[in-house]
Design a binder for this molecule. Structure first.
Ligand code: UD1
Length: 380
């Protein structure tokens, strides 16, 4: 394996470094001796106007928005390595705040690349976090017709509440199998389009200007520091917030839909390996645990760990744009980056629950759910 050892004291810029992934990455880089600058707008929906207390004191925090060329430029001028993590993350919300998501997620990357190629910068590597959502549905297998990359479930199927994917030829229920990077991408919403386009922009400009770039396609990341008062965030944090407020987690479909939950610590490790390893350059990698867990299991596991006698409410209604199953084939990351997940689902969920006990959690889920209904983004 070819390693590029960056000289310690190199300056690393992390856009979105105040978020839960970025802040753990900051800690890890500082621990390794890097100088870290964080560029973050302290998004109101996530941080509620406050600087999070966990931000590493040794990092320089610059408050700014990736949509602003000038303020991002000031931060980039100083950087040797850039991790571009700044993004808006509500998968459902993205489908009705289209311009905002496009401006931040695609426009932010466009600004970053414009700055790097047009200004006097010294950036030697750019690493971004893209998303498994760009696959749409994951890979499936039919006992008679073999492996398939299937289209999203059509409206006509969703309204009959037939949640599982069916083989187009024989109508047998398909079995989900691991999804590799080579699987066809099939965007399932504005958020997924944003991550996909960002990845394309990065790879194209990286190759054209010979600036090493890497994109990590993250599966469902969870861990401490994820906002518990942001109803547009990932399902695990939403369920913790509901349970802490003694309310039932609301489970869409029948709860049998699965996701690949990967601990933030494993993700940070992958980001460091992607930075250090020149064999990773110009490539994309799946970063997931490789294990599917159902959404209903998330709800019941969290209730148990939080010692709440609360069962989830299964709505039997679908959210538009949701996929049913996708879990990672992360063998490329193992082979090239030497990456493997180390935190088991049980350990990781225990960690996040124990962290959450001391945290405030404002449950405003009903507002987010109401918006989806109002915009007709639910099959109900
Ligand atoms: C999530 C992340 C996305 C990331 C992607 C990578 C969020 C909001 N989404 O998308 O940023 O790129 O993983 O894999 O952080 N669900 C419920 N009840 C709820 C909320 C969700 O049943 O209250 C269900 C959804 O219908 C879905 C599943 O849980 O089936 C996961 O939803 P969500 O956490 O929003 O994530 P993804 O769409 O997988």
């Amino acid at each position: 394996m070819q390693r590029r050892t960056f000289l310690i004291k190199q300056r690393v810029l992390i856009t979105g470094g105040a978020g839960f992934i970025g802040s753990f990455l900051t800690d890890a880089l500082i621990e390794k001796g890097y100088n870290v600058s964080i560029f973050d707008n302290l998004e109101k929906q996530v941080h509620h106007g406050k600087k999070p207390p966990y931000i590493n004191k040794k990092a320089t925090l610059v408050r700014g928005d990736v949509r602003s060329y000038d303020s991002l430029k000031r931060a980039v001028l100083d950087a040797d390595i850039v991790f571009h993590l700044a993004a808006r993350v509500g998968v459902g919300q993205a489908n009705y705040q289209i311009k905002d998501y496009v401006d931040t997620n695609i426009g932010g990357m466009a600004n970053l690349l414009d700055i790097i190629v047009n200004e006097k910068t010294k950036v030697k590597k750019i690493i971004m976090t893209s998303s498994m959502t760009s696959y749409g549905e994951g890979m499936y297998s039919c006992s008679k017709h073999g492996k398939q990359k299937i289209r999203m479930r059509p409206d006509s199927q969703m309204i009959t509440k037939q949640w599982e994917l069916l083989c187009p030829t024989c109508k047998e229920i398909l079995t989900p199998i691991p999804t590799p990077e080579s699987a066809e991408l099939q965007d399932n919403g504005i958020y997924s389009i944003g991550k996909h386009v960002q990845e394309q922009l990065l790879l194209f400009i990286g190759k054209m200007y010979r600036i090493p770039v890497v994109s990590l396609r993250l599966f469902n990341v969870y861990g401490p520091r994820q906002s518990l008062s942001n109803p547009y965030t990932g399902v695990a944090a939403i369920f913790i917030s509901r349970l802490k407020n003694n309310r039932q987690p609301i489970v869409f479909e029948d709860g049998g839909q699965t996701r690949d939950f990967v601990s933030v610590h494993d993700v940070v490790n992958a980001l460091l390996l992607a930075m250090e390893n020149a064999d990773a350059d110009y490539s994309v990698f799946n970063i997931g645990s490789g294990k599917p867990t159902s959404v209903k299991t998330i709800a019941t596991t969290l209730a148990k760990l939080l010692k709440k006698d609360i069962t989830p409410s299964i709505t039997n209604d679908g959210r538009k744009g949701d996929i049913r199953h996708c879990f990672a084939d992360a063998s490329k990351a193992e082979k090239i980056l030497g990456w493997k997940p180390h935190v088991s689902f049980e350990e990781g969920m225990k960690e996040v629950v124990s962290w959450s006990e001391k945290e405030d959690a404002r449950d405003i889920f009903e507002r987010a759910a109401g918006e989806l209904s109002e915009k007709k983004l639910m099959y109900e």
